[in-house]
Structure formats: structure tokens, C-alpha cells
Design a protein around this ligand. Sequence first.
Ligand code: ATR
Length: 293
Amino acid sequence: MEISGRTRVCCVIGDPIEHTLSPLMHNAAFKHLKLDLVYVAFRVRKEELENAVKGMCSLGIHGLNVTMPHKNAIIKYLDEVDSTAKFIGSVNTVLNNDGKLMGFNTDGLGALKALKENQVHLDGKKLLLLGAGGAARAIAFQLASEVEEIRILNRDGEKAKQLAKALREKFNRKIVGDTLSASNIKEQLKDADILVNATSVGMHPNSEQTLVNREWLKPNMAVMDIVYNPVETRLLRDAKSVGAKVVYGTEMLVFQGAASFEIWFNRPAPVEVMRKAVLRSINEVNVSVEGAS
Ligand code: ATR
């Protein structure tokens, strides 16, 4: 596209930032819709966050994505934070509304859409959620009003218990938290309908790691992994091999990006274009990593 004096800017900030897929995903969307916009990535160190947010206002940057390590810290520099992001305690999307900065978190919505668009039914179902970090909090918050029951298992069991308690206070559902262990996962999987891995286990380069033994998975369940590199994690490969329905982490990535797009522009995001851009770039990254070794 042609960058002119009228071109508006969106960006992502984080540290490190060079591996982010957001610029590819959003620029593909802008190009497809012929929007006069460009999306760039800025490495912003912790101590520069406040200045970066002020800079966003000064420069009239329209939309911002936020990634590690700023997702929590940015909240104090924003004018408004929506109730979902407040509960989760983290913001991944900022809208610059004529100088008023509004914070949102689209991770949970991304997970919900990923499941629904892949025909995973939630009503009356039991969800087993692995992890209690930022992504897990977002997913649990979004799914709490959709499923019948949530069991949260986390390596740090206290975090799982606290999250479950906070969710119970807000939603009239059976939600329990406990420490993650092999026997716990095996036990809980006996009557779970949906399994979501919201930990980083299985992420490249540790792509053969999984918390779940293949024998514990059932054909009548759905399994989603938030890990998107590799696209098919060991967990999803195992789930597929027993006949379970699988939802790739790239789906959550694309739908959280689409939700950010919709907050910024108040129009539907071109999801298929964004999905293609993400899948193409992940394949390229893996080829270059393998080629280098
Ligand atoms: P994110 O924002 O992606 O959720 P995070 O907040 O750092 O990142 O959370 C990472 C999650 O992966 C946590 O649930 C973490 O468990 P702890 O809270 O006990 O640290 C989980 N995790 C990371 N490595 C793990 C491992 N090897 N085994 C089990 N859980 C792991």
C-alpha cells in the first residue's frame, strides 16, 4: 500500500516484540479492505511504558495491542478499562477515542469465538481448564456464563483456587480450582466435555511436551490449545488421533485479533484473510527455524 500524509497508524507494544504475528494479521486485513492504515510493532521497555502511552496520544495512534510485559501495568495509564479487562487484570487492546484511552481484553472473546466457530457446543458442558495465568483468566471469565461447570488446574494450585473463588462470586456456576497433577488431570478428564490447555506447555521449541496422556482423551470431547506455534501441538495431535474435535490455538489468536479490529473500527473483521496471514507466517517461521538448525 501507499503510505501518505493521511495514513493512520495502529501498533503493538511489548518486550520482546519481534516475533509478534499481529502486524502481519492486521496489515493483511487493512490491505484486503483497502483501508489507509498501517500496523507496526514497537519494542517498549518497562520503564518507558508511561511515555509510550503518552506518545500514543500525542501521535494520534488509533489502536494499540499490548503484550508482555505491559498487559497489567498499562491499566493505570488508561482513562477507562472495561469490566472484563478489569476482572482479568490485563489489557490487550486500547482504543484511542479522540484522546481518551479505553482498555479492553479480547483474549476470552477470541477463545469463545474459536470454540463456537468450530462448532463446539458449550451449553450444559463441563470444561477442564489447565492454567491460571492471564490467558486462562480471560478464557475462564468469558466461558463461565456459557458452560455448566469449570474445573481449573494449575501448577501453582493457590492461583487456581483464587481464580475459581473470584469466578464463583460473579457467576452462578460450579467452578473449582486445584493443583495440577497427572492424577488430577486423568481424574477430571473422565467427565469433562471440553479441555482447554491455557498453559505454555507444548510451545516451540518444546513442542513434544504435553500435560495430558493420550489415553485419557476421549473421542466425544473437544480439545483446544492456546499454544499456536506449532499449529498442531502434541496435545492436539493426540486428541485428533483418538477422534476428539480439535480447535487450534491459531483460531484463538485470529479471533482475539478480529475482536481488537472490531473495537477499533466498529466493523466486521475479515477473519479468513487474517487466518491465512497467520498460518502462512507460522509455516514460514518454522521453515526458517528448522533451516537454521
Ligand atoms: P499467559 O498470559 O500466556 O497466560 P502466564 O500468565 O505467564 O502467561 O501464565 C502461564 C501459565 O502456564 C500459568 O498457568 C503457568 O502455571 P503457574 O501459574 O503455576 O506458573 C503455566 N505453566 C507454565 N509452564 C508450565 C509447566 N511447565 N507446567 C505446568 N504449567 C505451566
